[in-house]
Design a protein around this ligand. Structure first.
Ligand SMILES: [Zn+2]
Length: 355
């Protein structure tokens, strides 16, 4: 089915988007149908509705590697690095006056009235990688989710963070270019599973916070960012077990329930949650897996991908960053041309932690 720009604009209005709205959009373009004019038509439709007094923001997330496999050849540069969040954000990045924040992993792009405010300070030094969503809430902005099965990408992590669920020491990293043009390492502690988050949505609809509708053929939702973050935070704070998925091998959930000792409050615990021996076995397995995310190794083809640094993250992130800087100062800046196989694979876990 062919969907035109005007139809998208009219659907956006029916859902509640208005002139002057500030809106963050997470979407699957193809779920809308065959959009005549592609990503540009979608962007134009949003801009037509919100007008010059409104703002459009989208995630332009980029790669992260387990700490033991940082690829020294992949260097994030906000000017050029293509995001993995899809064709619409990459298209928005190219628009005149669009501003992309400098965060080496969780950057966003914004266009419109509050574009500068939303992206300002969102760089390698920021404490909270979801800062643009905190600011979106401050501007009375909205969160629009199109065709991705109620996965409130990014904004849900701000709620999980506020609910105190960022407790698993799983570190990922990436090289990036700073404002001075120097290549530096960046490390992120951010490990949380979001598989069960869409299950909160029916309750949020009932509370009147999330409004459901359609954009083209895609099931979509629109919510005020501030109320959405607050409501999700209070649901998760009252009952952190709502965050737990039922996969025995989910490192994030199994470590979360162990570290917060949630076992007694899980409503229908699985065997691996009831049985002490099974818990111990899972704990041991996760301890081994977490090592990949606790030791730093920057792969460099000159050294055949052999580890050139190993440190435990428990010593603290500033120490780690300093250590990697020193190592790269010695060997990383003029590395060989060919990439090592071990460093090329993108960790799906790392991506999952930032969706
Ligand atoms: Zn999980």
């Amino acid at each position: 089915m062919k969907i035109t720009k005007n139809q998208i604009a009219s659907d956006l209005k029916s859902l509640g988007l208005k002139e002057g709205s500030h809106v963050a959009v997470s979407l699957s373009l193809k779920s809308i149908g065959f959009v005549e004019g592609g990503p540009d038509a979608f962007i134009d439709a949003v801009l037509d509705v919100i007008g010059p007094e409104g703002t459009l923001m989208m995630n332009t997330y980029t790669r992260l590697f387990p700490l033991s496999d940082i690829d020294s050849h992949y260097v994030f540069d906000p000017e050029t690095t293509i995001p993995w969040t899809g064709i619409v954000p990459s298209t928005l990045m190219k628009r005149k006056n669009a501003i992309r924040s400098r965060h080496p992993a969780c950057s966003v792009v914004a266009l419109g009235k509050h574009a500068r405010f939303l992206t300002e300070g969102h760089d390698e030094h920021v404490e909270n990688e979801y800062l643009p969503y905190v600011k979106l809430a401050q501007t009375n902005g909205h969160y629009l989710c199109i065709g991705i099965n109620d996965n409130f990408v990014a904004i849900r992590h701000e709620a999980q963070r506020r609910a105190g669920l960022f407790v698993v020491p799983k570190f990922t990293g990436v090289m990036y270019k700073n404002r001075q043009g120097e290549t530096k390492p960046f490390i992120l502690r951010n490990a949380i599973c979001s598989v069960t988050q869409p299950l909160l949505v029916p309750q949020l609809v009932e509370m009147g916070i999330v409004k459901r509708g359609k954009i083209g053929m895609a099931s979509s939702t629109l919510s005020p960012a501030s109320e959405l973050i607050e409501a999700m935070t209070s649901l998760l704070s009252e009952d952190p077990t709502l965050n737990l998925c039922s996969n025995a091998f989910c490192l994030e959930c199994r470590e979360l329930e162990r570290r917060l000792n949630l076992y007694d409050s899980i409503r229908n615990p699985g065997f691996f949650q009831r049985n002490i021996a099974a818990r111990k076995l899972i704990e041991l397995r996760n301890k081994i897996v977490l090592r990949r995310y606790a030791c730093v190794r920057v792969s460099n083809s000159k050294q055949n991908g052999k580890p050139n640094l190993s440190l435990f993250a428990e010593r603290g992130i500033p120490n780690l960053v300093g250590s990697i800087s020193r190592i790269l100062g010695k060997s990383g800046t003029n590395g060989g041309k060919e990439q090592t196989n071990s460093s090329n694979e993108l960790s799906q876990d790392a991506i999952g932690s930032r969706t």
